[in-house]
Design a protein around this ligand. Structure first.
Ligand code: ZN
Length: 382
């Protein structure tokens, strides 16, 4: 009966072994790391793909469908990869090579290695239901953790958005709101509670987010958004704005600033039983002013949100906005750019209207006529 040493020697006789220089000269070679996950995570060769030895037979075809292509397999020292090369031969791969000395020699010789970013065990557990979705996975979760989203308003729309974005592991959440929590808010603004009555909404929301997920860095702006402060706030660097504003002056301010700062806006608005959601992405679709170039005159303005709204409606609209935000950050799915989603909660009817960039838009059009911020006077037809 052959010992391990005999078997290894025999295997090495039957396969091709290459050193780093020879391997580097192989044109178009696929580099396969057959070590275990913990070894891979401590560093690997640039451009290599990870297929642990135990999964080699079942996964190699996905990595290298062409059996005539050059394949370089490596492990820590060159023994496991010798057996792996033998297996590849048996699977019909004509040019499988084992890297002599493996990762250890490669690193010792000062050649380039890559240390992959990975999630800690705690984060693997917290985000396990995201990791199980191929469209998100570890790479997508890292994108969420790296992202910075600015919420305009911590009220009806901002409450569900802030909680679900926090739960999803958005790395940095900015919140702009000047208001204080009062009892009339609690019918719908679920980030707040009896415990935070009288507190600034940004502090109340921050408390709720911190209690939910310590991964999230919350940046609060306890101020009303104006032409004076909007550039300063946006210059803090945001990937995306979730607009939960309940008034026209803020909505126009956010729109104009987002075009000039080139930041996509996930827009949501609510009125009694009706909601609207869309994404305004500069250069790729319309902006808010493409649809409504100017605010309505005060006598035609609809009531402010305080005029009445079904409590769950901002929950529905705010979570639809959150869905768009997560998709945009993760780079998956089809966004609502160029599509205005209309919902009627009373009939439970969803419909969609196509919206296009207006070349005559005063802000994002071909010949803009508005080039500086306008502070509209707030009005509410109560
Ligand atoms: Zn526009």
């Amino acid at each position: 009966m052959a010992t391990y040493r005999d078997l290894l020697a025999q295997t090495k006789d039957e396969i091709s072994e290459v050193d780093a220089a020879q391997a580097g000269a192989l044109a178009g070679a696929v580099w396969v790391d057959v070590r275990e996950l913990d070894e891979w995570q401590e560093g690997h060769l640039p451009g290599a793909v990870h297929v642990p030895r135990g999964f080699l037979e079942s996964r190699i075809e996905q990595v290298a469908p062409d059996r005539s292509q050059e394949i370089v397999v490596y492990c820590a020292g060159g023994n496991r990869s010798a057996f792996a090369a033998k297996t590849l031969q048996e699977l019909g791969y004509e040019h499988a090579h084992s890297l002599v000395g493996g990762f250890t020699d490669w690193k010792r010789n000062g050649l380039e290695v890559v240390v992959p970013r990975t999630l800690s065990p705690e984060r693997r557990t917290r985000y396990s239901r995201h990791l199980l979705i191929p469209e998100i996975g570890e790479a997508g979760q890292l994108k969420l953790l790296d992202s910075k989203i600015l919420l305009i308003g911590a009220g009806g729309l901002g409450s569900p958005a802030s909680l679900y974005l926090a739960a999803a592991g958005i790395g940095t959440l900015g919140i702009v709101d000047a208001d204080i929590v009062d009892e009339t808010n609690l019918q719908r603004q679920i980030a707040h509670s009896l415990d935070t009555l009288g507190a600034p909404k940004v502090d109340s929301a921050k408390r709720a987010i911190n209690a939910l997920n310590p991964d999230v860095n919350v940046v609060t702006y306890r101020e009303r958004l104006t032409s004076e402060n909007i550039d300063r706030i946006l210059d803090d660097g945001w990937d995306l704005i979730v607009d939960g504003a309940d008034n026209f002056p803020t909505r126009y301010l956010v729109n104009d600033a987002s075009v000039w700062h080139d930041i996509p806006v996930v827009h949501g608005s609510i009125y009694r039983f009706e909601g609207q959601v869309t994404v305004f992405k500069p250069k790729e679709g319309p902006c808010y002013r493409c649809l409504f170039p100017e605010p309505p005159p005060p006598e035609l303005a609809p009531s402010c949100a305080e005029g009445g709204v079904l409590g769950v409606l901002p929950g529905i609209v705010g979570t639809l906005q959150t869905n768009e935000a997560i998709k945009l950050v993760a780079g998956i799915g089809e966004s609502l750019v160029g599509r205005l989603l209309l919902l009627d909660a009373l009939a439970i009817d969803f419909s969609e209207v196509r919206i296009e960039r207006n070349p005559d838009c005063p802000v994002c059009g071909d010949h803009p006529t508005i080039t500086s911020y306008i502070d509209y006077v707030e009005f509410c037809a109560r």
